[in-house]
Design a protein around this ligand. Structure first.
Ligand SMILES: [Zn+2]
Length: 142
């Protein structure tokens, strides 16, 4: 599996996650499945949130279904931040991934240094211990 992501949407997500630090933020990824097991993520969208703590965010899954069906795109998965933690799948992530999440789980680690923040982004798919390879594309006319 490979991912190509809308660079503009990805950098907006990163900026937002950095501003929100140390709170966790959550978005969904919409796009299309291409040939060769490649997924093109053209939109990263913030859904309505049911519950948010400093450790996790629970989105409104009914609203996500509506957003997806009106977008004309497929639900590829979700992406969220891990403030001051590694970009690996937590037990809470596993629990919700089984129930509701899509193919791919993106996790952005954000760690604060003295005057700046260090980020590390990884994408995971189920039943694989290796992260999914990804790159970005520049959107046209957005
Ligand atoms: Zn997590």
């Amino acid at each position: 599996m490979k991912l190509i992501l809308n660079e503009k949407h990805l950098s907006s997500f990163k900026r937002w996650a950095s501003r929100a630090y140390p709170r966790e933020v959550y978005s969904i990824m919409l796009g299309k499945r291409l040939k060769n097991n490649t997924f093109k993520i053209s939109r990263i969208v913030v859904p309505p949130i049911v519950e948010a703590t400093y450790d996790y965010v629970i989105p409104d899954y009914n609203e996500i279904e509506k957003i997806v069906s009106s977008s004309g795109l497929d639900y590829i998965g979700s992406i969220h931040s891990h403030p001051q933690a590694s970009p690996t799948v937590s037990s809470h992530d596993y629990q919700y991934w089984d129930k509701n999440e899509g193919e791919v789980l993106g996790i952005l680690s954000i760690r604060k240094r003295n005057s700046y923040k260090v980020t590390e982004l990884k994408f995971w798919k189920k039943n694989s211990s290796l992260p999914v390879r990804f790159k970005t594309f520049k959107p046209n006319g957005e």
